[in-house]
Design a binder for this molecule. Structure first.
Ligand code: NAD
Length: 481
């Protein structure tokens, strides 16, 4: 049965009516299983106006009251995690267990920001003059726009909704076209928790239509964008006329440095998880691995063995490590990067093709792929593949490893495996990235700032920094008479 979803404008769930619809495809079967209305220009305007009208009363609530709504929504998300996860697996492809983990993370993010909202303290600064002081207070910036992609449909939205609502902002979210269903179900939890009409609005449809309208509107004061660097640059240009506050979580090309003194088992496990999880469709997926030449062959062999053990399937019906990729174009890009590398001298260690067997006849399935004998003339080592493909090359010394890691326009995150404290410290300082994970592969934790350097963007999500993105600073100077 075809699912017919609605979008949310000013507290009303709006169906397609005579609007155009957007079709949602299950990447494991290539079947269209749902449709959503596509927002028209009038819909976008109505959503912006609704958020604007809701702003005075929402921003005047105490952070404790706003926190109550967010906590309640968090509980509702948790209680519906299985149903929402099934929807996510059907539209995005990730296995059910992973999808459920993401939904629960969405619930945790709402709870975290409910609490962080209560900790916006301001400060008092003594003045040179007697009886005079400076106070610094923080006030919500106004209507925020959230634009996010399909790889983590709920988590990336929750970072924005959590920060905006906790700080007293209202929000218009432009949901990813490939995966609108699970984010809509997540937003429904906020409405069911009693969040007043207009505080959250959710639009589905063309980024090229909705995006510029949100960005050019003088009512919208802030945009939180997660997506590719190319679209991010357009977002920035379109935000210039209204001098919008922007936070830009963009693409990456993540280096992993494997030192010869590391715990090899841990390094291999980390490499497998962070290269191939979610089919490499993670902004902080490992794209390039640099291994000390003394352990290069050992690492490659163990990495291949572990990668070949990963199970692939339709994550809705089979317990597996990897589902299909989300889109056909994603598979095509992965193949393009592999072919480019092979043409320039790389060798395929494993993968490089669609898995064999009847269950993979349809769907955007692809085997986890390791390339060796790679160099920086190849796309796989310089551009973001956003697929299950990773290049591995040896380095002679740490200076070379750092130079290779930094030889990129991107600077989102890096991963280092070593047992030497001084090497870990040096690599953490000298790699140009907003996040460095040492002896682990999870650079993003909810209460620490997460953001990119260089072409990976600027601004932060997660942590108190993620909340301050939605707050204006005001200096109040008082003389007591
Ligand atoms: P994308 O840039 O194509 O799209 C992102 C969002 O922008 C979508 O909702 C899309 O509809 C919208 N959009 C498209 N055109 C627009 C326009 N002109 N104006 C405004 N919005 C527009 O990205 P994608 O391919 O969907 O997602 C993958 C990218 O996202 C990768 O580059 C990945 O690294 C990046 N990403 C970054 C982070 C991070 O935290 N840094 C996290 C996840 C994904």
């Amino acid at each position: 049965m075809m699912i017919r979803e609605k979008m949310l404008i000013g507290g009303n769930w709006v169906d397609a009516g005579d609007r155009e619809v957007l079709e949602v495809v299950n990447p494991a079967t290539e079947e269209v299983f749902a449709v959503c209305p596509k927002a028209t220009r009038d819909d976008v305007e109505a959503a912006i106006n609704a958020a604007n009208e809701a702003f005075p009363s929402w921003s005047n609530l105490t952070p404790f009251k706003r926190g109550e709504y967010l906590r309640k929504a968090s509980e509702i998300v948790r209680s519906r995690s299985r149903d929402i996860a099934e929807m996510m697996t059907m539209e995005q492809g990730k296995p059910l267990k992973e999808a459920e983990g993401e939904v629960i993370k969405g619930a945790d993010i709402l709870r975290y920001y409910a609490e962080e909202g209560e900790r916006v303290y301001g400060r008092i600064i003594p003045n040179a003059e007697a009886n005079t002081e400076s106070r610094v207070i923080y006030q919500p910036i106004g209507v925020a726009a959230a634009i996010s992609p399909w790889n983590y449909p709920i988590e990336l939205l929750a970072w924005k909704v959590g920060g905006a609502l906790a700080s007293g902002c209202t929000i218009v979210a432009k949901l990813p076209s490939e995966t609108p269903l699970s984010p809509l179900a997540f937003i429904r939890c906020l409405i069911d928790a009693g969040v007043p009409a207009g505080v959250v609005n959710a639009l589905v449809g063309s980024g090229a239509v909705i995006g510029p309208m949100l960005l050019e509107s003088p009512i919208v004061k802030k945009v939180a964008f997660t997506g590719s660097t190319a679209v991010g640059k357009d977002v920035l240009k379109n935000s210039a006329d209204t001098l919008k506050r922007t936070s830009m979580e963009l693409g990456g090309s993540l280096p992993m440095v494997v030192c010869k003194d590391c715990d090899m088992e841990a390094a291999v496990a980390g490499a497998v998880r962070r290269s191939f999880r979610n089919m490499g469709q993670i902004c902080i997926a490992i794209n390039r691995i640099y291994v000390d030449e003394a352990v290069y062959e050992e690492f490659l062999e163990r990495f291949r063995e572990a990668a070949e053990k990963l199970t692939i399937g339709n994550g809705l019906t089979k317990e597996c490590d990897l589902g299909p990729m989300c889109t056909r174009s994603g598979v095509e890009k992965a193949i393009e990067h592999i072919e480019d590398a092979v043409k320039k001298g790389a060798k395929v260690v494993c993968g490089g093709k669609r898995p064999e067997g009847e269950e993979y006849r349809k769907g955007y399935f692809f085997e986890p792929t390791i390339l060796r004998d790679v160099n920086h003339s190849m796309l796989v080592m310089t551009e973001e593949t956003f697929g299950p493909v990773v290049g591995v090359m040896p380095f002679k010394d740490i200076d070379e490893a750092i130079a290779l890691a930094n030889d990129s326009v991107y600077g989102l995150a890096a991963i280092v495996y070593t047992n030497s404290l001084s090497l870990a410290e040096r690599l953490a300082r000298e790699i140009d990235a907003g996040n460095v994970a040492i002896n682990n592969v999870d650079a993003g934790v909810i209460n620490a700032p997460y953001g990119g350097w260089k072409d990976s963007g600027f601004g932060h999500e997660h942590g108190p920094e993620g909340l301050y993105e939605y707050l204006n600073i005001k200096h109040v100077r008082v003389r007591y008479l």
